[in-house]
Design a protein around this ligand. Structure first.
Ligand SMILES: [Fe+2]
Length: 361
């Protein structure tokens, strides 16, 4: 306890000295350094109420906005450590008991499931978490909770395919789409989760049949990402493909530049009904040193305010309700299917096996 307090005092002193250096030597106004506080972990001009280290695979700059608000409301300083998802899991495994992670944020059901399975998260339940996160979007053992939702949609080129004939993922196996289907590589967890979803809904036999038919329709090499695939559909290289909805929304909003905006305007988005819904999720690190602060942040992020704060700028959907931006609204209503995130994780290994057997590269 003594050490903990001393650490805090040292950190405050260090923060103060560092900020004064910025103010004196660089001539940066105090207001700027104060704005930097939640991003740098430097506290100035307010009571220091602890810190929380966030390992995040949500590689969105806009997450800093909601973390800053959390700091302003609680005084707790979130220290954001971003990295790619797989390296977070590897990093945590490597760090073991010495890890400084307090809270872990990951995208995709398969990744958060694997983190829990590898013993990197600890169970924690509270009435608040149970109330804010619908049962299908949280771990039954309380090791992780969804924060935002994303939909696997289809993008089609109306010049190449009859968009009125395609309503569900099953339709991608129709012989009329021969040579027109494009897919992202098998190692993408987004598609692994979609296949896991279909295993729950169609059964093993039905999923194998669907995969066989869909893979037969593929003619182009497999794509490295959803944006590249959307571009290819727009350019007529592909007739139809599977992507997460927010990539298309971002392209439409011009966040990737004018060229991508124009390309996205050429594709027709088909939202299957019901749709496969995936999540980004968070949990408390196994060896969290600032557990109380981590709980506070997790409860903040799953609250309507927190979830909307994460989902709004990224065009994801919050936990409850849907993204109201004009780009996303144009994709049509979303009716999530009945599959739970936990089931997506459970069937991940099987889905990868089925994809490989069907020839999904
Ligand atoms: Fe993504």
């Amino acid at each position: 306890m003594e050490c903990f307090v001393l650490d805090k005092v040292r950190l405050i002193l260090f923060s103060y000295q560092f900020e004064m250096k910025l103010v004196r030597k660089l001539g940066i106004p105090l207001i700027v350094t104060t704005l930097l506080t939640p991003l740098t972990g430097i506290s100035f001009g307010r009571v220091f109420a602890g810190e929380v280290r966030v390992y995040s695979g949500r590689h969105y700059n806009t997450d800093r906005i909601i973390l800053k608000r959390f700091y302003e409301e609680t005084g707790i300083v979130p220290k954001l450590i971003e990295t790619t998802d797989m390296s977070i899991i590897e990093k945590l495994k490597r760090e073991g008991r010495n890890s400084k992670a307090d809270i872990i944020l990951l995208v995709d059901a398969a990744r958060i499931h694997n983190a829990a399975k590898s013993g990197l998260l600890q169970s924690y339940r509270s009435p608040k978490l149970d109330k804010e996160v619908p049962e299908k979007y949280r771990d039954p053992k309380g090791r992780w909770y969804a924060l935002t939702r994303r939909v696997r949609i289809m993008v089609a080129n109306p010049k190449l395919v009859n968009v009125n004939e395609i309503k569900s993922y099953s339709d991608l196996a129709k012989p009329t789409l021969k040579g027109k289907v494009c897919l992202r590589k098998r190692n993408s967890p987004y598609n692994q989760s979609l296949v896991a979803d279909q295993i729950v809904l169609k059964g093993e036999k039905g999923t194998k049949k669907w995969l066989k038919g869909m893979i037969k329709n593929v003619s182009e090499p497999y794509f490295p990402g959803d944006i590249a695939l959307t571009r290819a559909v727009a350019q007529g290289i592909c007739g139809i493909g599977l992507v997460n909805h927010y990539y298309v929304a971002r392209m439409l909003a011009g966040l990737n530049g004018q060229r991508d905006k124009e390309l996205a305007q050429k594709v027709k988005v088909i939202t299957p009904n019901p749709a496969h819904v995936n999540v980004s999720a968070g949990g408390i690190a196994k060896y969290a040193r600032n557990k109380q602060e981590a709980i506070q942040l997790l409860e903040y992020l799953v609250s309507p305010h927190g979830s909307k704060g994460l989902a709004g700028p990224t065009f994801e959907h919050p936990l409850n309700g849907f993204n109201r931006s004009k780009e996303v609204r144009n994709f049509g209503d979303v009716r999530p299917d009945k599959v739970t995130v936990s089931q997506l994780g459970f069937f991940n290994a099987k889905s990868i096996r089925f994809m490989a057997e069907a020839g999904w590269q």
